[in-house]
Ligand binder design. Structure first.
Ligand code: NAG
Length: 223
């Protein structure tokens, strides 16, 4: 059969008209599309509500920081004192000057002769330790003091009991101080005046290991 172009156009035209008429008829018919539309509108409304609640929360001013009590009403220093550490008399004397967080070496700890901050020009520039030296604050629990007013001014500063092993000190101190602002004590951390003590010969495994690498504890420091 031979198709004439004119007939193809005619058929196309008729089909289009029929489609248009069908659509026009449908327009007047009742439709049960309302419930899904309502549900969608309700969902959008809930979302808007949630967003405006969140925006309101954001605009609300943060709670006023807890006012630290008057300094003279307080003992100056908060000290973390594990029962297995021994402190000399200097401890009470020198720590009184702690303004933020002070640090010092601790003897016979972490398998070393001593662990402690490295100090240059009166500032802490690193830490001598064998174990995980990249912890934010690789200091021993017996090796720091925090001024009480600072602690009270930072209500979020707490020991995190779920912190990985060796990170308990860091979990508290990272809320309180930048490592560069630590205050070195014990003659710029050149003297060991606090020790971990046990009724047995101290273990020196890490010390021997570091000595083999030429990084042992400074032999000039008396422990
Ligand atoms: C610590 O070092 C600083 C800077 O070198 C110095 O001014 C200060 O006197 C030293 N402190 C002690 C107690 O040695």
């Amino acid at each position: 059969m031979k198709l004439k172009l004119k007939n193809v156009f005619l058929a196309y035209f008729l089909v289009s008209i029929a489609g248009l008429l069908y659509a026009l008829v449908q327009l007047g018919q009742p439709c049960d599309c309302l419930p899904p539309l309502r549900a969608a509108a309700e969902q959008l409304r809930q979302k808007d509500l949630r967003i405006s609640q969140l925006q309101a929360d954001l605009r609300r001013p943060p709670p006023a920081p807890a006012q630290p009590p008057e300094p003279e009403a307080l003992p100056t220093i908060y000290v973390v004192t594990p029962t297995y550490a021994r402190y000399g008399l200097w401890y009470a004397q020198e720590m009184r000057w702690t303004r933020g967080v002070s640090v010092w070496p601790v003897g016979l700890v972490g398998g070393l002769r001593f662990e402690g901050p490295r100090v240059q020009d009166g500032r802490v520039v690193g830490f001598h330790t064998a174990w995980e030296p990249n912890r934010p604050f690789p200091v021993d629990m017996a090796g720091f003091a925090v001024a009480l007013p600072l602690l009270l001014a930072k209500p979020n500063a707490q020991f995190d009991a779920t912190a990985p092993r060796g990170h308990l000190e860091s979990s508290l101190l990272s809320h309180l101080v930048d490592p560069r602002d630590l205050e070195p004590r014990a003659a710029n951390c050149t003297r060991v005046l606090v020790w971990h003590t046990r009724t047995e010969k101290p273990k020196m495994k890490q010390e021997e290991q570091l000595q083999r690498q030429g990084r042992g504890s400074d032999p000039a420091v008396e422990v």
